[in-house]
Ligand binder design. Sequence first.
Ligand code: LLP
Length: 380
Amino acid sequence: MLPASLLQAAADTYGTPLYTYDLAELDAALGRVRAAFGDARVYYAMKANPNLTLLRHLHARGVGFDCVSLGEVSRAEHVGARGEHIVINGPAKSAGEYEAGARLGATFIVDREEEVALLPAGARALVRVNPALAISTHDHLATGSTASKFGVTLEQAPRVLQALRDAGHMALGLHVHIGSAIRDAQDFTAAYARLEALRPHTGPLAVLDAGGGWGLGADLPGIAREARKAADVFGAELWVEPGRYLMALSGTLLTRVIGTKRTGRNFCLVDAGMTELIRPMMYGAEHPVTPLWDRAGAAGETWDVAGPACESGDILARNQPLADPQRGDLIAVGEAGAYGASMSSPYLTRSRPAEALWDGQAWQLIRRRESPQDLWAAEE
Ligand code: LLP
């Protein structure tokens, strides 16, 4: 995390709630990915954070984009990505996504057999395989289990590759993405092993896309070794699609204490909540909470950090050892660079937060705070 004085300055300049990013952390994460995965192609899953400034930064470093909506494809195009720098994922792609992908020469990740007939003529395509495993993550984040809607079965995969060829598309290879925030690296090993077993039925392939899903503390070199081994089985080039791993650590959500109340539990009420960071409520995610003040508090006293929304689930973190929080104090919520701002919502006609980037020299506003007028503009 950046020094408290720098975060204080950003909050004073831009107000709170505020998403802050540290460019050096992003570069460090990209460096770790490149060190582990060597010459694999990196497609950043921009759902994690689609801010244009961050996308431009990654694009300038040769990173491609994994897109899952027309909006995301439009962002990729807007920052200059084309052709081999764009993959389009999704279980239910729209006509607009096929059209934009065709125009830009993107690669489509085919998610079901029926999609072969929907692809634009001569499309570049990979077939997403669901290895049907138990995945060590929150149920909502598992995509490689039988209960998940994603991908074709192991049995269907060779047939879908052949159907692509028969239809005149470029059947580049296979894709697998088993989930997000995966705790046990063995899940990747197991998934790749199931793919490798398809080799006799598929023949050699040009590409194996090993997806993303790496938790923040993941053994990247270990996962990379396994992914590379699977790609080698097919004689394929390796692609990866990290989201969280690239972006999470670079981001910190700054929120100010509005006040406190003691009602059997101790509540520290802050100006950010489920509308700014929904992960605690949606996945039970635990984000590190750091008080940016220096004051003695009652020993052993803990606080639930709660947001302003009219919902009981609007709790950012429970049982935090805050020292006598006071109105105006700043709290830093860490690991918030991925799926933080991108999942923030205008529920309750709350303006989505501003975003600021520390480039090592200065703060730069990379998204202004929305105004109420922004929120109702489409209704007038
Ligand atoms: N590739 C595909 C096809 C994906 O669906 C995803 C994420 C990724 C790559 C990137 O996964 P990552 O490396 O970020 O784990 N909103 C949730 C995360 C949902 C991820 C959905 N797909 C959260 O806040 O944890």
